[in-house]
Design a protein. Structure first.
Length: 275
């Protein structure tokens, strides 16, 4: 009798588990599409990622992966339900590559995003002031590499401020380039440095709200946005890329060769003859 009860119990348990022999057919095995239209914003020891939101109804969120080369190993660094993510573990001067996947509530994960996304954080500063070189020569220049104010004729000066009879200029030497990128809302509006369009006169007129890009004598890129101008000073926000640029586009200069002294003479002659 006991044996019959045991067999009956096992039979009932088994039959209750196999309600639908085709159960696996109804299980969601379809992953979301990979995220698209990804772009990054470069910050000071951070990188912000944005992408187009997926439209799947069962979307749970996104996994963020990071590596040190496009084809290298990617490691999961975070998850978000939003269509943006800020990597606060990024460090200035290091280039990071990113891939993003979408994941649904059934645990299905998409392929890596197809966009090639990489970025390099860089230092930045705010409300920096330099003064007119004609009246305050020792505090008229700026050296991006040391984040410091220097004299306009210092060997490491990247640019200096010039009030020319009420017209305001930022001036660079012949081994440096500068370009006005136009009006911007903030310094983050300009994400990449141009490869052409540099000022042939080695100076630019300054306007409040404009962002400018500088290609320094030692082959680095910087940008600054003017916040305020008076007859004696200019106030700006700035950002400077620590990683040296492509040498095939512009070779670095050696300041010990004396080239800078000749460049200074040319620049001052142009300023004197400026119309």
């Amino acid at each position: 009798m006991r044996k019959s009860l045991v067999l009956l119990t096992l039979t009932l348990l088994f039959s209750s588990c196999v309600i639908d022999p085709d159960f696996s057919r109804h299980y969601d095995r379809t992953p979301p599409l990979p995220p698209r239209n990804i772009y990054s914003i470069t910050g000071d020891n951070w990188i912000e990622l944005h992408w187009q939101h997926n439209l799947e109804s069962d979307l749970k969120g996104y996994n963020i992966y990071r590596g040190y080369s496009y084809s290298g190993k990617y490691i999961l660094i975070g998850f978000t339900e939003k269509n943006y993510f800020v990597d606060f573990t990024a460090r200035n001067g290091t280039t990071y590559y990113y891939a993003i996947t979408a994941i649904d509530y059934s645990g299905n994960e998409s392929d890596f995003s197809y966009d090639v996304i990489y970025d390099t954080p860089r230092p930045e500063g705010y409300n920096q002031t330099i003064f007119d070189f004609r009246r305050f020569p020792n505090t008229s220049g700026y050296d991006f590499s040391s984040y410091s104010v220097v004299p306009y004729n210092d060997d490491y000066c990247d640019m200096f401020f010039d009030n020319d009879n009420g017209k305001y200029y930022m001036v660079v030497y012949d081994d440096t380039d500068i370009q006005d990128m136009g009006p911007t809302v903030d310094i983050y509006d300009i994400d990449k440095a141009p490869i052409s369009g540099w000022s042939p006169t080695k100076d630019v007129r300054l306007y409040v709200g404009h962002t400018y890009v500088v290609w320094t004598w030692d082959n680095h890129f910087a940008k600054f946005r003017v916040k305020n101008i008076t007859s004696e000073r200019v106030v700006f926000d700035w950002a400077y890329q620590l990683v040296e640029g492509n040498r095939e586009l512009k070779s670095s200069k050696n300041i010990k060769t004396g080239t800078r002294e000749m460049n200074k003479e040319k620049v001052f002659e142009r300023i004197k003859n400026r119309k």
